[in-house]
Design a protein around this ligand. Structure first.
Ligand code: DON
Length: 579
């Protein structure tokens, strides 16, 4: 996520018309009903209730959590166009009821023609526009390959039966909420404006603005989904869809070729694991930084002692900020695609011993300077988020935590063969060697190399207790993601909250650089904010509900009941039980 996206994310709710701009940032808008849904036969919770319906219908047909996740993912590609996708990538954590856990890495890859300096201007400055939008911004998409891998290894129902309902939904169309109508109208004039195929796909046929209640039909997307339903991932990576992507790329000086698509493969990887306050944390390994950052923060908190920590206290917020500062510095210093980096010290970064040394070096009453802490990698001292997460648990207690993305809202803005392509290349370190006190990171681990995956912050997470499923969660929001997900995890594992309270709780964010502590309204009282400032924290107060949404499920192993809470931060979200 670029700095401009991050600004959009936080600026969103400031506007009186947060309903539209908020939606633009991360699908957030007016609050949906504050319901939670409990069931012993399975639940699905996602950013769009119609996609949750498709997942729940897969459960009803006898599918497991993986089947339901696949149906939900394709459903979101239709109903949640800002982030639901087949032209992007992501990560899925699967924990089976027998206790085994695995992950599917379907992160995008750099095209074969990519180079380390391809996003630099002639004068050496970073060309932000080239990764924000257009034909040179996309990485090779991974979503269809990832969902197909999850299905081949862990699904039960026929692939066709999981994809076809989305194709039918795209054909039939679905009613736009006021929030999505407003969002599409805004996007038409901004992100889509330079790209006629995108305006044609998502605009109203007569050119007038969308209204709430209008039906959005996506016939080209339906065609692509039908081909994927009938011919599997091969249709995307070798067949008609690949031909279409490659031809359009050639015509617009983009980089992705049929060779890129033909070479793309998802990877099954072991998750990263940690423990915290009697729970086990199962997180995403590199090329996402999410699990590693989260486990480091939890280890540091535990090392410093958990007694008396309360969500809104200065003591807790200070320690959270300090732990996040250090975990994000290690992210910047070390993390990237493990297939291209032999020297990621993952075992150390995840270890309790290392966290204890970090916690011991943390002043209990004074903020550390991020610059002082990481001055060895900062080369410029001058410079003072669209993604979606869904969670599934089935009747047997199998769980899926999935976060996938186009990077920014609506990705590159480019529609090819009926679907939006991502702008994920912006997650690479664009200027090798250049790390500043703002947003830029230039460390070697995440510099562009052909076929490398760009470092992510996505943090699909599963928490267990005493060997039994406890929590399934995750969030969008670029570098805020591990912190948002931690806010929910800590609600359940430390603060003793129910799932509704943990999902609703105001968010906290620190990411090393910029050296700022972001607090959503309600995260701290005026007195606590004053105390944090007195300790030296640069506190930035953020509007309520401006950080990412976290559609989550809590599980009670005794009664085998899953309780899902959709996040009120996103207008169309919905939790559904198996019908
Ligand atoms: O992989 C990542 O970390 C980012 N591309 C995610 C972007 C994001 O969450 C933007 N959403 N609001």
């Amino acid at each position: 996520m670029s700095r401009s996206m991050f600004a959009r994310l936080f600026v969103a709710a400031l506007s009186a018309s947060a309903l539209t701009t908020g939606a633009l940032a991360c699908g957030k808008a007016a609050a949906p009903p504050t319901d939670v849904v409990s069931s012993t036969t399975g639940v699905v919770v996602s950013a769009h209730h119609l996609a949750s319906d498709l997942g729940a219908a897969a459960l009803a047909k006898g599918g497991n959590a993986v089947d339901a996740a696949i149906a939900t993912a394709f459903g979101l590609a239709v109903t949640h166009p800002s982030a639901g996708n087949i032209g992007g990538g992501g990560f899925m954590i699967i924990r089976l009821a027998d206790g085994t856990a695995t992950t599917i890495d379907y992160r995008e890859k750099a095209p074969l023609a990519a180079t380390a300096t391809m996003y630099l201007n002639k004068d050496g400055t970073r060309n932000e526009a080239a990764t924000d939008s257009g034909w040179r911004a996309p990485g090779v998409p991974g979503t269809v390959a990832g969902l197909a891998m999850a299905h081949a290894k862990y699904g039960k129902l026929a692939w066709r039966d999981l994809v076809t309902p989305s194709a039918e939904l795209a054909e039939r169309g679905f009613p736009l909420s006021q929030a999505l109508a407003d969002e599409l109208n805004a996007v038409m004039k901004s992100i889509f404006a330079p790209f006629p195929s995108s305006v044609a796909a998502y605009g109203k046929a007569d050119g007038t603005p969308w209204k709430g209640g209008d039906t959005l039909k996506l016939p080209q997307l339906a065609r692509a989904l039908r081909v994927i339903a009938d011919s599997g991932a091969a249709a995307f990576y070798a067949g008609w869809i690949a031909d279409s992507i490659a031809a359009q790329m050639r015509a617009h000086k983009g980089l992705i070729t049929k060779a890129d698509l033909g070479k793309y493969a998802a990877v099954e990887r072991a998750p990263v694991r940690g423990t915290f306050n009697g729970h086990e944390i199962i997180g995403m390994a590199p090329p996402s930084s999410g699990g590693t950052v989260m486990i480091s923060v939890l280890n540091q908190l535990e090392a410093g002692g958990l007694d008396g920590l309360t969500r809104t206290s200065a003591r807790y917020l200070h320690r959270r900020a300090e732990a996040s500062r250090r975990a994000f510095l290690d992210r910047a210093r070390w993390l990237g695609d493990p297939d291209f980096n032999d020297s990621i010290p993952l075992t150390r970064l995840l270890s309790k011993d290392y966290a204890a040394t970090l916690a011991a070096a943390t002043d209990s009453s004074k903020a550390t300077s991020s610059l002082a802490l990481g001055s060895d990698i900062v080369t410029d001292r001058g410079e003072s988020p669209q993604t979606t997460h869904f969670s599934v648990v089935d009747a047997d207690g199998n769980a899926v935590s999935n976060t996938y993305t186009l990077e920014s809202s609506y990705g590159s803005g480019v529609v090819v063969a009926g679907f939006l392509l991502n702008n994920e290349m912006g997650d690479f370190n664009k200027k090798p060697g250049y790390t500043n006190t703002g947003w830029a990171i230039g460390t070697p681990a995440n510099v562009i190399v052909p076929e490398k995956r760009m470092l992510s912050s996505m943090s699909p997470t599963i928490v267990t207790k005493d060997g039994a499923l406890r929590l399934v969660t995750g969030s969008p929001g670029g570098r805020t993601i591990p912190n948002t997900t931690l806010d929910v995890v800590l609600g359940i594992t430390l603060f003793g909250e129910d799932i509704r309270t943990a999902v609703d709780a105001p968010r906290v964010h620190h990411q090393w650089m910029p050296d700022t502590l972001h607090l959503e309204s309600g995260a701290a009282s005026a007195d606590v904010i004053a105390a944090l400032r007195a300790m030296g924290h640069a506190v930035k107060e953020q509007p309520a509900r401006s950080q990412g949404d976290a559609h989550s499920i809590m599980y009670d192993a005794k009664t085998r009941t899953a309780t899902a809470a959709n996040d009120k931060r996103s207008a169309d979200s919905g939790a559904r039980a198996r019908p």
